[in-house]
Design a protein around this ligand. Structure first.
Ligand code: NOJ
Length: 559
């Protein structure tokens, strides 16, 4: 395996809307990001992944793009973007853009033309179908609830939207669409951006028979994404994209691929596949979904044995064949310390560090989501009016107001557990007004715990979660075993600990984490302490085989 820079890189995801506001309109912006670049540099990351900053009517916070080559005015101007790129590069940071090309906004010029008439030159840029017996063309459900088809009165046809009505799916079978997208990508790469995170890229090729979804259940808020996933020509299109665009630049690419299996992942991100460099798999991210058919709406706690089994399967499954991405968090998932750790005051610091060690010593490229490095937690707003995410609001309307399947209180509890807004509350910079995010009214309320959890405080405290992430980032640069070693899960059935071993040349790495509040007696440390070194731990001393609550320690052992 030839070593690549992006295998050794650490990525940090910025969700621009919630990162730093520089003009007090309550919305994060590009100038705000520029101000914070030194902070990111000090954390020891290499690449910034920017969630979309393109022009957008904001139905889905920028994942509905109306102009791929213009900057959302709320975020600034193209001149601001150019400064950001220049400044990032000056500091040795790379910039990865979000590429959202499964769909556009319905306010994109292409769609505005497309919907004008059946013979419009842009008609085939999207997926239009006649009604079937006066009904929708098939039973597919949108990921945000309801049918995936919207009726257009002017031309008397339906268009497909796997997400909101304002996110019509592009027709990738039209070569003109592909050519436009490749041209746009090339434009950004020639400008100097360093790569792309590709939104739901495994949905771009639809089975032209558009078969019904055998598992659809509108009542259960299920989505038909799997029907579009890994479609007949998806690999053909990605190989084409690679040949025409990606292969011409030394960049980082990661595909968001919901529902992907290991076998499929090897096709997308195999070392020989000439498609993408890595993908985001979803198995561990949906592990606490509802068992009552309510999708992600639940308050279930994940099962550790299952979590270990999934992450280990990916470690072993891709080893030497393809490359993993490592993530706990992103803008769509609840905060990891609340989800798999413990966000009460007593264990917040230790459990956040424990989770960092558990994931970041695996093989793959780590992705840190903004605020994760200070242990930002889920938020629990009392009023549904305080939520902004369309997915959350649609689900509330559907499950509480219309179907009356859940009471307001039940749904609110599920929202506190699973809503995407958990990840989207503004970045907590200090204990001043609105956590230093804005002097205006924030677009989404700040998590009230910002007086306790904020960057300023973290930077003053040598034992903060921030410095722990910083140290992990340094270790990854120092020890190739972290990047390249192989992986073995130890004690798979233990429901309290997560322990694994990595091996590389003459070295071993042993990662031991206690996922509970209990003190445990273990036999994991049966090795010669003389030849081993504790690289990092969330406790200052070491009690050997005794593991204290949420204790995590990583040993390097020289054979
Ligand atoms: C995945 C993105 O991460 C999510 O935020 C968005 O809503 C959908 N794709 C649709 O673009």
């Amino acid at each position: 395996m030839e070593k690549k820079w992006w295998q050794e890189a650490i990525v940090y995801q910025v969700y621009p809307r919630s990162f730093q506001d520089s003009n007090d309109d309550g919305i994060g912006d590009i100038r705000g990001i520029i101000q914070r670049l030194p902070y990111l540099k000090t954390l020891g990351i290499d690449v910034i992944w920017l969630s979309p900053i393109y022009q957008s009517p904001n139905d889905d916070n920028g994942y509905d793009i109306s102009d791929y080559q213009a900057i959302q005015p709320e975020y600034g101007t193209m001149a601001d973007f150019n400064t950001l790129l220049k400044e990032a590069h000056r500091l040795g940071l790379k910039l990865m853009m979000d590429l959202v090309v499964n769909h556009t906004s319905d306010e994109h010029f292409w769609f505005k033309e497309s919907r004008k008439a059946k013979d419009n030159p842009y008609r085939d840029y999207y997926i239009w179908k006649d009604a079937k017996n006066g009904e929708v063309p098939n039973n597919w459900a949108s990921d945000f609830g309801g049918s995936a088809w919207a009726w257009d009165a002017v031309t008397q046809q339906y268009y497909l939207h796997l997400f909101s009505k304002k996110q019509p799916d592009l027709n990738w079978d039209n070569p003109k669409v592909r050519a436009e997208i490749y041209q746009m990508m090339t434009w950004w790469l020639e400008k100097g951006v360093d790569g792309f995170r590709m939104d739901v890229i495994n949905l771009i090729s639809k089975d032209q028979k558009f078969p019904n979804d055998p598992n659809v259940n509108y009542q259960n808020h299920s989505s038909s994404m799997e029907m579009a996933a890994n479609g007949p020509k998806v690999h053909h299109y990605l190989k084409e994209m690679n040949e025409k665009v990606l292969s011409k630049f030394d960049i980082i690419t990661v595909g968001e691929t919901p529902g992907v299996t290991i076998e499929e992942a090897k096709l997308y991100a195999g070392f020989e596949s000439n498609e993408l460099q890595m993908i985001f798999q979803f198995e561990h991210a949906v592990i606490d979904d509802s068992t009552e058919g309510l999708g992600k709406w639940s308050n279930r706690r994940a099962d550790l044995v299952e979590l270990k089994q999934i992450l280990s399967k990916w470690q072993i499954g891709l080893h030497n064949e393809a490359w993993n991405s490592l993530y706990w968090n992103n803008h769509d998932r609840p905060r990891v310390v609340s989800r798999f750790g413990n966000d009460n005051e007593e264990y917040h610091n230790r459990s956040a560090k424990m989770l960092a060690s558990t994931l970041h010593f695996m093989q793959g490229t780590p992705y840190i989501f903004q605020g994760e490095e200070i242990g930002m937690t889920n938020v629990a707003f009392d009023n549904i009016e305080d939520y902004q995410d369309l997915d959350t609001l649609n689900a509330y309307q559907d499950l509480v107001v219309e179907q009356k399947r859940l009471t307001h209180d039940e749904m609110l509890e599920y929202i506190h557990h699973s809503s995407r807004d958990n990840a989207r509350t503004p970045m907590q910079w200090n204990n001043q007004q609105n956590a230093g995010f804005t002097n205006g009214r924030p677009w989404l309320e700040v998590n009230p715990n910002y007086d306790k959890i904020n960057v300023e405080k973290a930077l003053f405290n040598p034992t903060s979660i921030y410095y722990y992430y910083q140290k992990i980032n340094q270790l990854r640069k120092e020890y190739p075993i972290i990047v390249y070693g192989d992986y073995e899960l130890i004690d798979p059935d233990n429901s309290k600990t997560f322990v694994y071993r990595r091996k590389f040349n003459n070295q071993q790495l042993l990662v031991i984490s206690n996922f509970t509040e209990e003190t445990l007696e273990t036999d994991y440390c049966n090795f010669d302490f003389e030849s081993s070194k504790r690289l990092i731990s969330n406790y200052s001393d070491d009690l050997g085989k005794t593991l204290r609550p949420y204790e995590s320690k990583v040993y390097l052992i020289n054979d």
